[in-house]
Design a protein around this ligand. Structure first.
Ligand SMILES: Cc1ncc(COP(=O)(O)O)c(C=O)c1O
Length: 389
């Protein structure tokens, strides 16, 4: 059997990783400014995390949600404290899309409405409801066409007001910072007004913090820069530092009705052990503060580069836009300077290093980035083609 070839893949195979570094089969060392797509939060192979997972596996790795699992309570308590939402409840699942799927569903159970408002250039995942609220027709199959979804322009409060005043919208789903859509930060005043209109019209506000959450923006959640409190918050990526685990933080006004939501794997023992270890390390090592500090330094330095058209984001979720396509630079950075980066569209680098990245590693990244960006000439014909991720 062969692997289904739906991903373009770099011809590099990491076999070992430590902190902010990745090592390939040949022993070459790479600086990880992609974080495995914003997933690596506390750094690769953190000793506390490895010990916690190993210990848990030696006790019990999995049992179903038909029995008590006090690790879930321990994690909920720690997450409540760390995130500033101690009065919310937690429902755990396995991936970002699944968290959004359940959030949209719980909102609809709550207010018995069907319509959903999402934003232009949004990305919320690839399962049925999640892909229908994603603004990209390429990801949607004919089976994903039954929902009533309205896509509005980001930061246009009048369009939102007009739609929500009909009082038939179940939920509004919005990313804390649009990731795949180009690192677009919603304006704080827009989020504040959106939150008030949702409250006035009994519309559920869902903040998708799957990419922008878990400390990445320099606050635990990106929406906390605007001081709003959504009805539900979805989390994934950084939550397990690579272990597949996700969840929804649910405001007290939602009633938990047996049977409405369910999951086989969600919140299992290993997933909880991973999530607890990540939460412990984020707190003990002040990684949210580190993300704010290192991110501010990176953004400030990147803004000084004359080749750069715009720098956007918060903390360690940084978009660096160029006037010309970045494919050549990104390949050069990877194959010659040995730096992994993300991208969005054709012109924007997406920097998502581990939250534990040091100032020295940031300075080293900048040195290699400048080396790459300065001589923007030549052809990329010697690099493997089809490398967009
Ligand atoms: C904002 C956002 N929401 C949802 C998802 C989907 O997460 P997953 O791939 O874990 O289903 C992603 C993934 O990139 C994302 O960035």
């Amino acid at each position: 059997m062969q692997f289904f070839d739906v991903y373009p893949r770099w011809p590099i195979e990491p076999v070992r990783a430590q902190g902010c570094k990745i090592y390939d089969k040949e022993g070459a060392e790479y600086l990880d400014f992609y974080g495995g797509h914003a997933v690596i939060s506390i750094g690769h192979s953190h000793p506390y995390y490895m010990e916690a997972l190993t210990k848990q596996l030696n006790h019990i790795g999995f049992y179903s949600n038909a029995v008590l699992n006090s690790l879930q309570d321990e994690y909920a308590e720690k997450l409540g404290e760390l995130s500033g939402y101690p009065d919310y409840s937690l429902f755990m699942v396995n991936s970002g899309a699944e968290a959004n799927e359940n959030a949209l569903k719980l909102a609809s159970f709550h207010n018995s409405r069907k319509k959903v408002v999402a934003f232009q250039n949004s990305f919320h995942g690839r399962t049925d409801a999640a892909v229908q609220v994603t603004d990209n027709s390429k990801y949607k199959a004919p089976v994903n066409e039954n929902m009533d979804v309205v896509f509005l322009p980001l930061n246009n409060i009048e369009a939102v007001r007009e739609t929500l005043l009909q009082e038939d919208v179940s939920s509004v789903i919005i990313e804390g910072i649009q990731g795949i859509g180009g690192i677009r930060v919603p304006e704080p005043s827009f989020l504040q007004k959106l939150s008030s209109i949702c409250e006035e019209t009994d519309t559920v506000l869902i903040l998708d913090e799957i990419q922008s959450g878990y400390g990445r923006s320099g606050r635990f959640f990106a929406h906390q820069h605007a001081g709003v409190r959504p009805d539900m918050i979805t989390v994934a990526k950084g939550m397990g530092n690579g272990f597949p685990v996700s969840g929804m933080l649910i405001a007290p006004k939602f009633e938990a009705v047996h049977g409405q939501l369910g999951t086989t794997f969600g919140g299992n023992h290993l997933a909880c052990a991973a999530a607890i270890a990540v939460a412990d390390v984020i707190k003990a090592e002040n990684l949210v503060e580190n993300a704010a500090e290192v991110g501010a330094f990176l953004m400030e330095e990147l803004k000084k580069m004359r080749q750069v058209k715009e720098v956007r984001g918060h903390g360690l979720m940084i978009g660096v836009e160029f006037a010309e396509p970045i494919k050549f630079m990104r390949n050069k950075l990877l194959f010659e300077e040995k730096v992994f980066t993300g991208a969005t569209g054709t012109h924007v680098f997406r920097l998502l290093p581990p939250l534990s990245v040091t100032m020295d590693e940031a300075a080293e990244f900048l040195r290699r980035f400048v080396n790459t960006v300065n001589p923007v000439s030549g052809s990329d014909s010697h690099f493997p083609s089809n490398l967009t991720i």
